[in-house]
Write a new protein. Sequence first.
Length: 404
Amino acid sequence: MNAKTSLKTTKSSLPPTPYYLLDEAAIVANMQIIARLCELSGAKALLALKCFATWGVFDVMQPYLHGTTSSSLNEVRLGYETFGKGKDSDNEKETHAYSVAYSTDEIDEVLSYADKIIFNSISQLNAFKEQAAAKGIPVGLRLNPKTSNSSFIIADPARPFSRLGEHDKDKIAAVLSDITGVMIHNNCENDSFEAFSDSLADIEARFGDVLAQLEWVSLGGGIHFIAPDYPLEKLAERLKGFSEKYGVQVYLEPGEASIHGAGSLVTSVLDTMHNEKNLAVVDASIEAHMLDLLIYRESAPIAAINKESINILPVDMAKTADVVDNTIIYGRSCLAGDIFGEYALPNQLQVGDKIAFGNAAGYTMVKKNWFNGVNMPAIVIRRLDGSIDVQREFDYQDYKASLS
C-alpha cells in the first residue's frame, strides 16, 4: 500500500500504533496566549519550523501568527508554500529565512521565497547581500551576545567557540548600512521572566547604540511564556518598552511554545520482561521517534494508558536503583539505551496495552528517522470539531525511498 495523505477517518479506524496524535484544540489554546502577548506588546510572532513543521495543522495556527521562520532552504520553501504567500496571494504572513550557512547554489531560490533574510555571519552577509538587495529583500544579521539562558551545552548558542552569530560590536557596527535588523536567539526553555529580562538588559547595555539604528529585532524562541504561572503581562510590558526605546519592531519565534502539550506518541506494548525490575518494550523508539529524549538524556511523561488520561512523570532512575516494582519502558530498536523512562505505574503493563507519551510535538516529527527500519509513526490530527484525520501514513516504500 502506498503512503496516504489527508485521509478522513473515524475514531474507530485509527491506524495501528505507533502514531503521533496532534490536538488542534490544545494548539489553539497556545495560539491564544501568543496572540495575547503580541496584542499587549506589539511584537510579531513567527512559527519556528525547526521545532514544528507539521503543516496539516497550519490552518488553525495561521490566524494567530504573523508568519514563519526557517533554518534551511527546505524550511523557508515550506513556510512560503503552506503558511505564507505561496498559499494565498492575499496573505500578509511573513516568511523569514535564516541558515547557519547558505550555499551559492541555493541562495537565489531562498530569496525567491523570503520576505526577510538573516545571515549568520558577516562573511555570509558580504557574500550574498547584493543578491538580496537586487531582489529588494531586507537583510538581517545574527547577533551573539555570548550569554544565554540554556541548561544544555549542546543547545547553548553562546557556548565557547560558538559559530552562531557575530559578537564583535565594532564589526557589527561596520556593516549597519547593509542590514535593517538583527536576530538574537539565546534562550532555551527559559521559564523565568527575570532571567529573560536580565539577559535583555545585558544585551541593551552592550549593543544599545547598534539596536537604535535598526528597524527590527528578533529575540528568537525558547521563552516558555505559555506556562500557567508565567507573568505574561510583565513580559509584554518589557517587550513593548524595548520596542519603543529603540524604535524597532520586535519579533518572537515561538517553537515549543506553539505546540507544548499538544502532541503525544501513541504506542503499544509488544513484550514484558523482568530483569531485577519490570521491563516493557513498545513498538516505537526514542532514537527514531523522540530523538530529543536521547540527545538531552531526558524521559517522556506518560499522558495516557489504554486511552485513560493519566499524568505519570518519570522517576529518577539513578535514585531508584533498589526499587524493583517500577517499570522501565524501552523502545524496540537495538540501541541498549533506547529508553522512554522509568515509571511508578499503578498496574503492571500487559502485552497489547496502549501507552501515549506526552510532549511529542516539538522536535519530534522534524527529527524522526528510519533507524533499524522501525515502522514510522503515522501522523494523526484531532480536529477542533473532535473528528480524527489520519494526515499521513508511512510504509515500506517510504523506508526504501529514503535510502538508495
